[in-house]
Design a protein around this ligand. Structure first.
Ligand code: BYC
Length: 475
């Protein structure tokens, strides 16, 4: 299916033949642009940015590169091609034909998930609103803007579903997606992590590593949905999401690389000495990892969740790679064992019905995926002959959602007294002094090819261009 760029809203859903939907979306479009101008990277509205735009939804047609001013980016509605004869892949309706419409009895559950997914997209653009002013290089500035425009498109993806399949409620929800704002006291974004400020690039790279990876797992679960338009929408979004995680993984890897170079230059791994050279000591990086990983773990919801059980049973939300990774797609009788707090400062094992534990199944897969980057960075550290190892904290550490909410544990997940937790927390997550130091590093570098002192250059540029290409002009 080709994307029609001759229309006001580029799409591959034949919008031209659905005048009512087209009018509704054309009514929403100026509101989106107002929001982008107010809450997006608005100080860079006149910059020329080297961006990729989707021109087709298959692997080859994906990326077209060109120089664009961000407000002129062609946000649109792109669904992956349908799979002929697709059937429901899990839950109580397993094996029946996939749905082209939302069944009435599941309408509010679908709407809630689509709204929650949609809410994260503009939230992240709002969180990253001012980062352009402190970019460590033009290459990174361009990557930030690529991420921003694609999150804007992901918002379009969810708004399309709301408009096309949820009538008036859907249109109202689409308006609300532009009315809530990250960190707003009265109208915050729905999920906790999306209200956390991202004020520096270390946080940005952690966010794209950890939080966008939650996006990968949630989108993969929704890509299994029996509601085919949602599944197809998410399948295409996943191709964009991959770049966001690449930005996080390579960004953090480049920070580690630079720190190791500095350690070698000065012949020391003393954090104070490393900071005197304007680099990020690995202990500081560890505290950032602890913060963003623990916050992102909350995005999977409670360990035991009746919401998760019913979205699975009803065929609304499956598990990532449901078809290829699992034998039992119904999970009506199976169970699993979880380690839970015993209410007396210890642990107990609890047997939970599999459907109720679906959030934990996703969290398990997510944690494994997060470990891959850590292994790679630790290899770099080991090769440089340094003893330190970066680690993911325990899944029980600093949780604000689920069974471990407000249960004080150390980073290994051992329950500890509240006083000890309060005393140690500033050593486990970035302290005010850490944040001030990181802030002092955030000086804008915009000479083509030049990098800030705390990050190594990337191994290659974008789309085979050299690293010193002028990826953003007139910033
Ligand atoms: N913060 O049974 P529970 C992405 C709420 S990221 C605040 O525990 P459930 C992206 C929950 O909403 C992917 N509230 O959990 C990344 C519920 O509230 P209501 C985003 C939370 O429902 C970077 C209550 O607690 N996509 O794409 O099984 C940049 C009890 O819920 C939190 C999705 O999340 C939290 N962390 O699962 C840009 C997919 N966690 O309804 C984009 C859609 C839970 O009782 N969402 N609550 O008022 C879902 O699948 C589910 O809603 C959740 C929660 C997995 C989030």
């Amino acid at each position: 299916m080709t994307i029609n760029y001759s229309e006001k809203i580029p799409n591959n859903v034949d919008l031209a033949n659905d005048k009512t939907l087209q009018r509704a979306l054309e009514h929403w479009q100026p509101r989106f642009l107002d929001w982008w101008r107010e809450m997006g990277p608005n100080d860079f509205a006149s910059s020329d940015v080297y961006l990729r735009t989707a021109i087709g939804v298959d692997a080859q047609g994906w990326a077209h590169y060109g120089t664009v001013k961000m407000p002129d980016y062609r946000w649109g509605i792109f669904l992956a091609d349908p799979v002929p004869g697709r059937t429901v892949g899990f839950g109580d309706s397993f094996g029946q034909p996939a749905w082209q419409q939302v069944p009435g009895e599941f309408r509010s559950q679908f709407r809630r998930l689509i709204v929650t997914q949609g809410d994260t997209e503009p939230a992240s653009v709002e969180q990253q609103h001012r980062l352009g002013h402190t970019c460590p290089s033009l290459y990174d500035l361009r990557n930030l803007f690529q991420v921003n425009v694609e999150e804007g498109r992901h918002l379009w993806a969810m708004v399309y579903l709301l408009h096309a399949y949820f009538g008036r409620d859907g249109r109202e929800e689409a308006e609300e997606l532009l009315a809530r704002h990250s960190g707003d006291v009265d109208k915050p974004r729905i999920l906790g992590t999306f209200n956390e400020p991202i004020e520096d690039w270390l946080s940005f790279f952690c966010f794209t590593y950890f939080t966008d990876r939650d996006g990968k797992f949630q989108l993969k679960s929704l890509a299994e949905s029996s509601f085919d338009p949602l599944a197809r929408t998410c399948r295409f979004m996943l191709t964009e999401e991959a770049h966001h995680m690449f930005v996080g993984e390579t960004g953090l890897g480049r920070i580690v690389k630079r720190t190791l170079e500095v350690m070698k230059e000065i012949g020391s791994d003393d954090p104070a000495a490393i900071r005197r050279q304007g680099a990020v000591d690995l202990q500081l990086l560890q505290r950032y990892l602890n913060f963003w990983f623990s916050s992102s773990l909350d995005l999977f919801g409670s360990e035991v969740s009746s919401n998760a059980a019913s979205t699975f049973a009803n065929g609304i939300k499956g598990r990532p790679d449901e078809t290829t990774q699992y034998q039992d797609h119904v999970c009506a009788d199976s169970s699993c064992e979880l380690e839970m707090p015993d209410g007396r400062g210890g642990l107990k094992k609890e047997t939970v019905g599999m459907r109720n534990a679906m959030n934990e199944v996703l969290r398990d897969a997510y944690i494994k995926d997060c470990e891959i980057g850590l292994k790679r960075w630790n290899m770099q550290i080991k090769r440089a002959g340094r003893g330190l190892e970066l680690k993911l904290p325990s899944r029980r550490f600093r949780r604000a959602i689920g069974a471990w909410t407000n249960i004080p544990t150390d980073t290994e997940g051992r329950p500890i007294p509240r006083e000890e937790f309060d005393r140690c927390l500033p050593e486990w997550i970035p302290s005010a002094a850490d944040k001030n130091y990181v802030k002092s590093l955030m000086q804008r570098v915009v000479e083509p090819g030049k990098m800030a002192a705390w990050i190594a250059p990337p191994e290659r540029g974008v789309n085979n261009l050299p690293v010193d290409y002028e990826y953003v002009r007139s910033y």
